[in-house]
Design a binder for this molecule. Structure first.
Ligand SMILES: NC(=O)c1ccc[n+]([C@@H]2O[C@H](COP(=O)([O-])OP(=O)(O)OC[C@H]3O[C@@H](n4cnc5c(N)ncnc54)[C@H](OP(=O)(O)O)[C@@H]3O)[C@@H](O)[C@H]2O)c1
Length: 283
């Protein structure tokens, strides 16, 4: 009998993490779906029941070292190994950089970047010992192109891209494969979290008008978001590949933006970005 592969996923209370947990369980993986607040497990449980699959649910906050140690320790105790780690937990913050407090900036990195690094460090010894493993980092098209008004979020995802690229080479001799999924716009709870820098929405902010334009334009762009299942399928493709690609661009807008970025001179690309995000004049 072939042993089920063991998957640990962070941030499974909603969105891509939830979809991926259910999808991989349907594909016969043994899924450990973690979330920081177990009071939020009902959506995952109900989707798992609908799909007729069993998923193990455990507490893991990527900003809390002890909770990471407990969660990883529990999976290793029960299974003896972790074959696949999906670093998915993250949140988005938006606002003009000048309006951010340093505390908000640190908090964005604390989850999206340091959180991912912490969990990865905890899982790596077991993967090294087995001389095998997959690490899938949920980055973003914002990890390849820096969009306006989400500069700090972009920076946290550029950092994710950097460690992904280094780890691919560092961990190759240990049989561990590393890849980045780079979603465009995907329909999850994510945009609800795009509220961090309220300062930019305050009429006293020098960016107030631009923030309003940005939000109008984002509303238009967000009406065409992809289903999170596209991310789950890309992850499945990556972990089924002997040599997963460096990155997988998925979801609305990701390939289009990357294509434009790759072929256009900087000045023209920046003009297009300005028009896309700030063109709507509001009186
Ligand atoms: N949606 C998009 O358009 C998009 C595009 C590109 C990349 N992404 C990336 O995709 C990933 C998943 O986001 P999503 O779109 O699925 O949004 P989501 O529905 O808001 O899911 C984010 C998940 O991360 C969890 N999380 C946040 N902080 C955490 C922490 N400290 N410890 C553990 N879990 C934490 C959330 O838990 P709570 O419910 O407790 O907050 C939630 O389960 C993120 O890394 C995001 O940056 C999203």
């Amino acid at each position: 009998m072939i042993k089920q592969k063991i998957v640990l996923i962070t941030g499974c209370s909603s969105g891509m993490g939830l979809s991926t947990a259910v999808y991989l369980a349907e594909k016969k993986y043994r899924v450990y779906a973690s979330m920081r607040d177990l009071n939020k497990k009902d959506s995952l449980l109900s989707e798992a029941t609908k799909a007729g699959v069993h998923i193990e649910i455990l507490q893991l906050d990527v900003t809390d070292e002890e909770s990471i140690k407990n969660a990883v320790g529990l999976v290793l105790k029960q299974e003896g190994q972790i074959d696949i780690l999906v670093n998915n937990a993250g949140f988005g913050s938006g606002g003009f950089m000048e309006d951010y407090s340093m505390e908000e900036i640190r908090s964005q990195f604390e989850t999206n970047f340091f959180g991912l690094v912490r969990v990865t460090k905890e899982v790596l010894p077991a993967m090294r010992e087995k001389h095998s493993g997959y690490i899938v980092n949920i980055s973003s098209i914002g990890g390849k192109i820096a969009f306006p008004v989400i500069s700090i979020y972009n920076a946290s995802k550029f950092a994710v891209e950097a460690v992904t690229e280094s780890l691919r080479v560092e961990l190759a001799p240990f049989g561990i494969k590393v890849t980045a999924i780079e979603p465009g716009s995907v329909k999850t709870n994510f945009n609800n979290a795009l509220q961090a820098a309220d300062m930019s929405r305050n009429p006293s902010s020098p960016y107030y008008d631009y923030m309003k334009r940005f939000e109008k334009n984002i509303e238009k762009i967000s009406s065409q978001r992809s289903d999170p299942i596209v991310v789950a399928k890309a992850i499945h493709t990556a972990i089924n590949s002997k040599n997963p690609k460096r990155n997988y661009l998925v979801g609305n807008g990701a390939s289009m933006f990357w294509f434009l970025r790759s072929i256009l001179p900087n000045r023209i690309f920046e003009k297009i970005m300005y028009n896309i995000f700030f063109s709507h004049h509001i009186r």
